[in-house]
Design a protein. Structure first.
Length: 729
């Protein structure tokens, strides 16, 4: 029997189901360090996972590493274990799972060195400067005004996120002596205690901080406006006082600036902000400072879950129900679920906060897996808004807006309140149709209609992003009777500008917030009351606090009542509850009006009558009877190709391979065409695996996945496995 070779095992960022063996004579290499290794026609950067292990391959068949990039591990045992668990649970290529934990700059092999500091504050001269003297330099005025508003230093990345590309402006202001790089705050700054807590808030903080030294999963269900953020701050304060670090997860980039300012003002510590809007250098800097313990508080979106912490003390997941925590391509992980697993592996508490918890988290709380903490009252004197349905059957609508809603809007505006109208469709109209023959504009690459955007006079697909000019006449019958049908945010804005001519209006959707700084500029208009009417999509549904907002109108509540996805009603209830929660958060009483063609629908009536809790308990009973999550586990195998036959052939073979592994515990559904069969020019199909026993499903996947990689048909399609999918599209 030939003698086995001692080697190092390396993770390579490739869609292959294994690690790779390499020869290494360098005794300084250790797990968690990067190496440059030959792989195919060129060298790549890999991550050492194991050292001094035995290989089944003879030494003459193995290649040697080229260079060792690091002099110490970038990832410790805790993060390597988390990545290994991630690859195992999601049955994903391990190399991609391990390398996902590194910022892009480190994945490229750049040195793991800290770039210069990048926090800025006003000097005494900058504080004394009259901003009106800079009217001819509006960009400089804008940056100085933002720094003057802040309670502490502001990261350069935050300034760029809010105000656009301001690096040259920062340099100019520094040269003039008006701003300077900030020094990290001292621990003495922790003395700012913030507002006094209510009895309920105090009880929640105590329940968490009494168990800081061990895994303690908590579901914090707090109604909108109940002061969850203040609870987070006090929990973090207790962690910082023990010289530990905190990780706070948020679902959207838009929520980070206001949280950073609030946390910095009360906690007085330097904060790492991690999201997709950072440059590679900014992300690497924050990542390295968190890893070495310099940064004691990390706030970030989904990928921040892979940020290493030198002394982890608590993880907080805000808006834990939000679907943004689920990665929808590549490694399809749930950052919320990984956060729970990471807290367990690190033996620290985790708080999952939401006004509308996911049914999975509620189920875990009901079964005693999570401690269920509640904030049932709004903070201060604010009360929950009243909610009422508007029956729009046979009602006269002005571009989708009822007279009853318009009348109520005028009443609230007359009293000095602000109004928000919510519609989850951007653009001017979802459909452009010929009134003569019924032709409608469809995407040439997807099975969907194009949305008409009047502001740019274009037809755009919201699935693949393709765009074209609208025709001047009908392509089918040559008639000049093309009409935009349906309701979008642009159309609502046009109607309201005609109706309320002297009222400031702000439309907040992806189209109006594409440019850096545009979202913050619009929010400033709202908070300063220059804009009294807000029109928006779900970007406005969570996290934002508008103290003068007294009326919320939901223009179309019916979309989620009849969705094909089993989660549609849950998402509908969460969205309505979150949107409604924006009203009445200040001193003004709030009112919520919901337009619907189905005022007698039991789900709507239950949501209004029993609140989100009653609704959720009812849906949980339905899920249990139907065998859907959280009472079952799902895995969705997707495949796509330019033609429809290749995905179908691959998934048929996959179904045949899975059949003898299913037994009585796993069910197969498909292969079937995806709900949107053609998307971005590719034909899509899927195979669903479902089981009431999670272990049985994962046992099947563990055996099935190596067989799928070996199929010749697997190389003819683009395929992926989605464990715990949040939608079936």
């Amino acid at each position: 029997m030939p003698e086995k070779t001692r080697i190092i095992r390396v993770a390579i960022p490739a869609p292959l189901p294994r690690l790779f063996d390499y020869l290494c004579t360098d005794l300084t290499v250790a797990a968690g360090m990067r190496v440059r290794v030959p792989f195919g026609p060129r060298p790549v950067v890999g991550l050492v996972i194991e050292t001094d292990v035995l290989s089944d391959h003879p030494s003459e068949q193995l290649k040697a590493i080229k260079t060792v990039i690091d002099n110490k591990p970038l990832l410790g045992k805790d993060m390597l274990s988390l990545c290994q668990w991630t690859a195992s649970y999601y049955h994903h290529a391990p190399g991609e799972a391990y390398l996902a934990a590194l910022p892009a700059a480190l994945r490229r092999g750049e040195p793991a060195r800290l770039p210069p500091p990048d926090s800025w504050q006003l000097t005494a001269a900058g504080q004394a400067l009259e901003l009106d003297t800079l009217k001819r330099a509006p960009r400089q005025q804008q940056v100085l005004a933002r720094l003057r508003q802040a309670t502490g230093a502001v990261e350069g990345s935050v300034l760029c996120q809010e105000l656009g590309s301001v690096r040259p402006i920062i340099k100019a202001l520094q040269d003039k002596g008006w701003i300077e790089q900030a020094k990290p705050p001292t621990a003495a700054a922790l003395a700012n205690a913030g507002p006094a807590l209510s009895t309920d808030q105090t009880a929640v903080v105590k329940a968490v901080t009494d168990k800081l030294h061990g895994f303690h999963p908590c579901l914090l269900e707090g109604i909108t406006g109940s002061g969850k953020t203040e609870v987070y701050i006090q929990i973090i304060r207790a962690v910082l006082e023990q010289d530990q670090q905190a990780l706070v997860m948020v679902p959207e980039i838009a929520l980070t600036p206001q949280l950073v300012d609030r946390f910095r003002s009360q906690l007085g510590v330097d904060i790492a902000v991690l999201h997709s809007g950072l440059t590679d250098t900014e992300r690497m800097r924050a990542w390295l400072r968190a890893a070495n313990g310099d940064l004691r508080l990390v706030i970030g979106t989904r990928s921040a879950i892979f940020t290493p912490l030198a002394r982890p003390g608590v993880i907080i997941v805000d808006e834990e129900h939000d679907s943004s925590y689920k990665q929808q391509d590549g490694l399809r992980y749930s950052a919320r679920d990984l956060a729970v697993r990471r807290a367990q592996m690190s033996a620290i508490p985790i708080v999952l906060g939401s006004a509308t918890p996911s049914l999975e988290s509620l189920h875990n709380a009901q079964r005693g897996r999570y401690t269920h903490l509640r904030l049932p009252q709004r903070a201060g004197l604010a009360e929950l808004p009243s909610m009422r349905l508007i029956d729009i059957r046979r009602a006269r609508l002005r571009e989708g807006i009822s007279e009853a809603l318009l009348t109520s809007m005028q009443q609230h505006l007359d009293k000095g309140g602000q109004v928000m109208l919510f519609i989850n469709r951007r653009g001017f109209a979802p459909i452009m149709m010929c009134h003569a023959c019924g032709w409608s504009a469809e995407c040439q690459r997807c099975d969907t209609r194009l949305t008409y955007h009047r502001g740019i006079h274009a037809l755009r697909c919201h699935h693949c992003g393709s765009e074209r000019r609208p025709p001047s006449q009908c392509p089918a019958c040559n008639a000049n009777e093309l009409l935009p049908l349906g309701l979008g945010t642009e159309r609502v804005e046009e109607v309201l500008r005609a109706q309320f001519r002297h009222i400031g209006i702000a439309r907040i959707d992806r189209d109006t917030t594409r440019r850096k700084g545009s979202l913050q500029a619009l929010l400033d208009e709202v908070n300063s009351q220059r804009a009294q009417i807000l029109i928006g999509t779900q970007m406005l549904a969570k996290g934002h606090d508008f103290p003068h907002l007294s009326l919320v109108g939901v223009l179309d509540a019916d979309g989620g009542l009849f969705g094909s996805d089993f989660r549609a009603s849950e998402h509908m209830a969460q969205l309505i509850t979150q949107v409604a929660g924006r009203a009445g958060r200040g001193e003004r009483p709030g009112e919520v009006l919901i337009q619907t063609h189905h005022p007698d629908h039991p789900l709507l009536l239950q949501l209004l009558g029993e609140g989100y809790d009653g609704f959720a308990n009812s849906v949980l009973e339905e899920r249990q009877a139907a065998g859907y999550p959280p009472f079952a586990s799902l895995a969705l195998l997707r495949a796509e190709a330019p033609d429809a036959d290749a995905p179908r052939r691959f998934l048929t073979l996959a179904a045949n391979l899975a059949a003898p592994l299913c037994g009585k515990l796993v069910e197969r559904w498909g292969p079937l065409p995806a709900p949107m069969e053609r998307r971005a020019g590719r034909m899509r199909a899927q195979l669903l695996l479902q089981s009431r026993e999670r272990a049985a499903l994962h046992s099947l996947l563990k055996q099935l996945m190596p067989q799928l990689y070996a199929l010749p048909e697997a190389r003819k399609v683009r395929w992926s496995l989605d464990v715990d999918p949040i939608d079936m599209l």
